[in-house]
Write a protein that binds this ligand. Structure first.
Ligand SMILES: [Zn+2]
Ligand SMILES: [Zn+2]
Length: 116
């Protein structure tokens, strides 16, 4: 089990998303990997299709970049009481959206290969 970097929920498998995290730029100049769950990946995809800019968010919740336009992503976190899930608003930058799309495309390509 590993914790999703976006919603924080522990999942058996996470999808790797490559981000350019400014905080570790010197150590990883070509980018570093974040692991997000399937649900968050679809949420990011949805949010990217219909971008809603967030005002007041300080930094991207995935890569930590500051002073760039951020967009709202709503993720669902399971809880132990009614209604058993809670909405959580996250702020993601355009670059991370692209990285999520890239991961989705890669997954699709892998599925194609598995079919043949
Ligand atoms: Zn998640
Ligand atoms: Zn980002």
């Amino acid at each position: 089990m590993a914790d999703c970097d976006l919603c924080g929920v522990a999942r058996p498998t996470l999808c790797p998303v490559k981000v350019n995290a400014p905080g570790v730029k010197t150590a990883y100049p070509t980018g570093t990997w974040r692991g997000i769950c399937q649900e968050c990946l679809s949420s990011c995809h949805e949010a990217n299709l219909n971008r809603v800019q967030v005002n007041g968010a300080e930094k991207c919740d995935l890569c930590g970049i500051r002073n760039v336009p951020l967009f709202q992503v709503t993720v669902h976190v399971p809880i132990f009481q009614q209604p058993y899930r809670r909405e959580l608003n996250k702020a993601i930058c355009g670059d991370c959206f692209e990285a999520c799309e890239e991961t989705l495309r890669r997954r699709e390509a892998e599925k194609e290969v598995a079919h043949h």
